[in-house]
Design a binder for this molecule. Sequence first.
Ligand code: AMP
Length: 356
Amino acid sequence: MIIGILGGGQLARMMALAGHPLGHRFVFLDPAPDACAATLGELLVAPYDDHSALDRLAQKVDVVTFDFENVPASSLAFLTEKIPVFPPPAALQAAQDRLVEKNLFRQLGIATADYVAIDSRDDLTQALAQLGLPAILKTRTQGYDGKGQWLLRNQLDVTNAWSELAGRAAILEAFIAFEREVSAIGVRGQSGETLFYPLAENTHHNGVLFQTLSTSDDPMQGRAEQQTSLLLEALGYVGVIAVEFFQVGDSLLANEFAPRVHNSGHWTIEGAETSQFENHLRAVAGQPLGQALARGHFAMVNLLGAMPDAQAVLAIPGAHLHDYGKAPRPGRKIGHVTVHCDGRTPAVPDRLLDLL
Ligand code: AMP
């Protein structure tokens, strides 16, 4: 099959790496001429809302998917008139707006942190009276990797955040003193068949994912799967989804979902019977899904800003280096390392941390 991908970043690149053995070919649409997926298929360089480029893409491919969230909804609507698009555009629209997303979770009976919509300074004052401090102010749209959000601990933080928000629509969320952050990665095929990977336990630095540990026999696995299934069914979903949860005691609070393959699922390339990338493509292409069982215990660490010495990384037993071929820039995700860990508790080896 020829698969079109909106976005030509590392997620598109890893999809293509998984898809070539299945005989799929790829056409990427990305505004950046140096999009890192380009070596694995044809790249159309154009803005995401360029209808003539979208038209060309639709003529070249059998099905379209996407590798990031900020594709304009109108572009997907344009494409769906010509060609199948998976995951469903409604999933992308909900994930693009934190208020719509949180309302959807709540409608489905999925617990979240308390939140209030903020459209004015008065709304913020009232919401602070309701939720108290600390709290987190987040823009409704265009927020990712810790951008567009402010932790409010005192009135000075409130004043500064309000001025930086600069009139954008936002939500205020209660601050959750969580014990762990976990993500459920599931995949739903076109026949409704659904599979889940073992939960991933995530650590963020400055709002950006730093490391993921794959867990096995996680006590929260069943609940996370049940809650994610509600979302998959409601959306008539096809493809891989990632739902991020905060764990507080025995309960899970859904924070957000990504309607795509996810950074916390990169360990599945080496660590699972079928990677998240291959299963996403199988779902999108209408093929049977592959098993999502783990092959052991894995730790994944992101490479941000600079590549470590490849010789030294590869000398670590069980380490697998992924270099996305992107130009290094401070804080930019340019690769990751997955480590197959002995024993029951996965951890990033100190030897690897010393190289970062
Ligand atoms: P987000 O962009 O919503 O995924 O937030 C990025 C990171 O900020 C999360 O992974 C958490 O570590 C932290 N965070 C977000 N929302 C909250 C919250 N309501 N309470 C505590 N920490 C949060």
